[in-house]
Every structure is written in C-alpha cells, then in structure tokens.
Design a protein around this ligand. Sequence first.
Ligand code: DGJ
Length: 733
Amino acid sequence: MTSGTRYLKLLIVFLFFSCFPQVYGWDEDILISTKNTSLLLSGNYGETLRFSHYGNKLTDGEIGALHDGWAGMNRNAYPAFGDETTSLTSLQVVHSDGNPTACLALEKIEKTPASQGELTSIHLKDKYYPLSVVLNYETKKDDDIIEMWVKVVNGSDGNIVVKRLDSGFLPVRTGDAWLTHLHGTWTAETQPTVEKLTRGCKVIRNLDGARNGQNDHAEFMLSLDGKPEEDRGQTIGVALAWSGNYEIRLDTENKYCHNIMAGIHPEMSELKLSPGETLTTPKMVVTFSKDGMGGVSRNFHNWARHGGVHGGQKERSILLNSWEGVYLDVEENKLDEMMRDFAQLGGELFVMDDGWFGDKYPRKKDNAGLGDWTVDKTKLPHGVEGLISKAKKHGLKFGIWIEPESVNTQSELYDEHPEWVLQVENRDLKKTRGGTQVLLDLSNPDVQEFVFGVVDNLMQNYPEIEYIKWDANTPVMNFGSTYLGKDNQLALNHSYHKGLENVLQRIREKYPELVIQACGGGGGRVNYGTMPYFDEVWVSDNTDALQRIYMQWGTSLFYPSMAMAQHVSASPNHQTGRATPIKFRFDVAMTGRLGMEMQPSAMIDSEKRFAKQAISEYKRIRPVIQFGDLYRLLSPYEGKGVSSLMYVTPEKDKAVFFSYKLEHFRDQAIPRFYMNGLDETRDYKIREINVAEGKNPSYLDGKTISGNLLMNVGIELPLEEEYASRVYELTAM
Ligand code: DGJ
C-alpha cells in the first residue's frame, strides 16, 4: 500500500467517525441504573443531550451495541421550546429581552452519593443566554425507581419568565403501547381507564387547585407490548409527586415515540425568576418492570415504604373514626361510649372527626367554625384533655380531625382576617361547602404560620395526640391573593402549594412521630407530592364494601396497603344504601390499614363477636398485609363476578389470600383462583380466618398444599352466597 492510499484510508475512517458519532459513541454515555432497570442518556459537550434508553438493565459493555442498533431512540433528552419547535416541549422560558426560546447544550455531569443511592445531575446551558438547566436523576439502592426533577437557574441580570417546566421528559419507542390511568369523583374515586395510545396527544390533568387526587390522578402505567397484564409485559409506571395542579402529556409522534411529559400545570403557575434565582420542579417518579402492572405496583409500594410515604416502616394502628358514627354531633358522653365499645372489640386508636370546635361560631352544621380551632365546651365540657384521659382509661390512643387550610366566613378567623382568604378583586367571593367555606391563601407567610400553628398548638396543648386527620374539602374557586401583588397573581397555584409544602415540612421536623392522614374530602389528596408528610390516605368517603373493592383496587396500582385507610362501616351503608354482612365488610377493609367508622353500639351481639375476632386476627396478620408484596389475582373490573388479591412476605414464608363475590346468580360459574408470589417448591399450611358465626370453613382449611399447586393448578372456592368472601392465612412448612 502506498503512503498516499494509506493516508486516504485514514481520512475515510476519520470522516466516517466524525460524521456519525452517534453510531460509534458519544463524548459521554450517562448510565443510571437501579437493581433491574437502566436509563441511558448520551451526548457530546456543547451539543444537545440525547435520550437513548429506559427499561431493562444494561451493562456498560452493551451500550455500544445499543447505539448501533437502536439509534431510533436517539431523541432530545429534554426538549426546550425554540430548539424543538415542531414537537411539544418540556421547557419554555422568556428571557428579559423577550426572546421566548432556549437552546440547551451539555455542559457537565456530576454523580454524587445520595441518601440511599446516587444522584446524577446533568448540567445543560443555553448556547447564548446565561440560563442553566440541571436534569437530576436519583436512584435508591433497594428500589427499582428513578426520581427525576429539574432545576432552572437564571444566571442573567434580568428577570426571566418560566412558562412551562416539566419535571421529566421520557420518550418511549412507538409500539403497541397501552395506557392505564385513574379517574374518579367524590365517593367513586380511582377508576382505571385502559386505552391504546394512538397518534395525537393524550392529556391527563387536574385543576382542582387544592386537592389533585379526586378526578384525574397524577399516576399512570404504560404497557409497552400490548394490552396491560397483571403479571407479565414490559411496563413503565410514572407518578408526578406534586400536590397542586399538574399536566401529563403523552404525545405520539408520527413514527418514533410516545413522548411522556409531566409537570406542574402552567395555568396559574407562571413563574418569574429574578437574577440568580432558581426554580426546582417536583419529582417525577418512574419505574419499569417486566412483570406487568403487578411488578410496577410492587416497585412503587417498596419505594413508598422506603420513604415515599411518611413513616413507611411503621406498623399502622386499628382505629375507630367518629364521622359516620355521630357526624358533627360529637358529644363527650357519646364519644366515651364509642371508645369503650371499640376498646372492647380490641381497637387501638380513637379519632374524633369534624364538629369539636368553634366558640363564637360553634360548628353545629358544616357552615361555621372552620378556622377557630378552640374546643366547643358545650359539646365537650372537659375539653380535648377530658377525651384524652377517657381514651387512656379505655386503653386507646387518641387522634383528632382538622381542616386547617379552610375557613368558614362564619368564623372569628374570617372576622379578623378577611384578607387571608383567596379572593379576586371585583368578583364575588365564591363559597363551597355549607355555603360559607373558602380557602386560606397559603402563599402568604402569615397564613402559613397560622396553619402550622393549628397543628403546633394542638400538639403543645395536648401532647398525647398521636394521630391527626388533615382534611381538605374545597377546591380553589377564587383565583387571587391579596399577598402576591398584581405582578404575581399568575403564580398563585405554585405559591399555594409551596406554602403548603413549607408548612408540612415544618410540622414533620417538629413532630416526626405524629401519624397524619391525608384526606381530601375522600380521596382528594392521593398523590405522592403529599405523602412524604402523611402516613396514609383516606381512600374515599364511600365506605360501601362492594364499591370499596373497586376503589381500593385502583388505589393499589400505586399506593401500598399500609397507607390506605379502609374502614368497616354500618349496614346499610350510608353512601349507597347497600346492606352487606359484617364478614364481607371486614374482609374488604382488612386488605389495607383496618379501621372502623360506625357506632359500635349499633352492632348486634353476633356482629360484635365477629368484629372482635377479626380485629384480633388482623393484629396477627398485619405485618404480612402492611409490609408484604401485593399480588392482584382477579380484577373486579374483569366482570367475572369475583375478585381476589393476596399479600406475600418477601421471604415467601407467610401469605394472606382474599377473595370476594361481587355478583350473585343461580348456577353462576366461578373461575378458578390462581395464587401468586409463593414459592413453588414449598408447602403451605392453610388456615381459613374470619369464618362467619354458624358457618363452616371451606375444604381448604387445615390442608397443606404445595406452592406449585396453589399457583399453577389453582383452587376452586366455595363462594355460595351473595357477598360471600373467604380469607386464608398461609404459612410455609
Ligand atoms: C370529609 C371527609 O372525607 C370525611 O371523612 C369527614 O371527615 C368529613 N369531611 C368531615 O367534615
């Protein structure tokens, strides 16, 4: 070979590599991995960061081949308006000179140890303006979850306006992708909708203003290769952890991708950043599993117990809530009787719900008193301390209800501080519940101090309070703040929820042991944005056991059983009028954090005996239910007339199986039940629990059966009557 030919060959190789860097490698491949999943971003310094992969775990050695063959995923990792104008984008800023575009290029990459894993921060810089955007990805060593969030820094000497800032952008290769998301309404929360993603943009959003879990939920799953299945199929799960308004967009482009974008809803969250100021988004929490929806749920549940939910490692108590027992008619003697009766059933904690407060404007109806958190002495002559000492006498812990973000216009607080409520100049004040309820303006630091003080005063005055139910019954109806000033009204929703976050953080710093329930007039506050501060959610104001099976199923897609408050209530049920046996009601409530919400004295003796027995069984199986892995077996939405689920310990040595009959006909074919999550090679001793008085346990009771048979051959269950149910406790031999 002549030197000229050699030179020509070298030149060709050089040109080939420099023209197609994406085929043979980038300056940087940023691999972010959990136990079983990987996210891969790639890029050259000074150029646009590319998204390469999210899904099954990769090794470093596989990256080259992935770039070579899977180049179709070579997408902009965080598209900004102006850089990518034909697609929907995740960021839009307006610079001080009016330029509405951003062009982001890779600047530097940092990897730092985080609390239980690793934080990868990728710094992008605008090519012209001093604007920095930091993409953050945090992993935890024990969880298959990546938490993503974005920080924007205004490095200029002028103000910029952030019109949109998504928490994360995730492109998913187009295929047979199916979306599962939750929608609902008061007393009928968390109903799953399953639909194929087709071309165009699917938007999931909530504009309640205060509680964002009652209508569309900020969580969804994407089954990548066809209709969702419970146990198999590559599935992505996403949750936007933000208590305020949000927007999730799934935009399907012509031939490449479903682009997932999730963030704060831009409406009423347009933010101005002054020179040097930064803005950090809420987290977008993502997971991937090859084990279908069940795998995604278990990933979320584990992560929740490791910190996504406050007190995730703490066993939950069995409580009686006074609401459906006495409603607003809380009165010392009645509550004393309730506590006595509940203690006799084996209960552990008594919660006094709404109605205990108001002096000048006592809360006789739901139109007065909110805001005045002083005891109504006509109802409770010995005050809260009197009730606490009675609870102690009965051997119960004590909890109390508040709704600290709300105020009635009939209250001393409103008389003193009408400027503290959300309101719009030149508009009538829109009022909700009771015709007088409005929201406090949490963007105002004085109001934040007041709301913090509601909890702090209660805890200072009554340090024995162990549980607070934090309710929220009203949406934002008045889109204005006397605090924010005329230039910042459009930031109201963001400011409200940052104010709420600030209050909750302060409460948690001071009272880490206090158990707090997030109630949003039912399931309105079911969102991972609130859960770092709350121990549990109230799933729904509908306590009808039959409808609860459906709502609890939906909630369990993302939330762990220990954080789902599930109460046995009266029959006929107060919301649906349906009469169901006490066994059915307990069997349904026992799949989560068990409680009761009724007047125990109204139960007949056989019901009391059943309740006592069931409560004592729950105490034994509680660790399996509250900390075990959930396997959903038969969905109530499948229309097979039955439903079933089970919990299995991570060691697979204990399990609890639940099954329910949802409809009842003569000659009804009941499908076989296939258990899941057990060890095929082990034998399990089966014990039927919660057998109704006068009834016999089924043929399975007392048998020892292999995991293989239980899972792969399945069991036939006698569910003969209307609202029949069976609960089995399994112990590995
Ligand atoms: C709505 C809640 O969801 C109920 O459980 C109850 O606490 C009422 N508010 C009290 O007003």
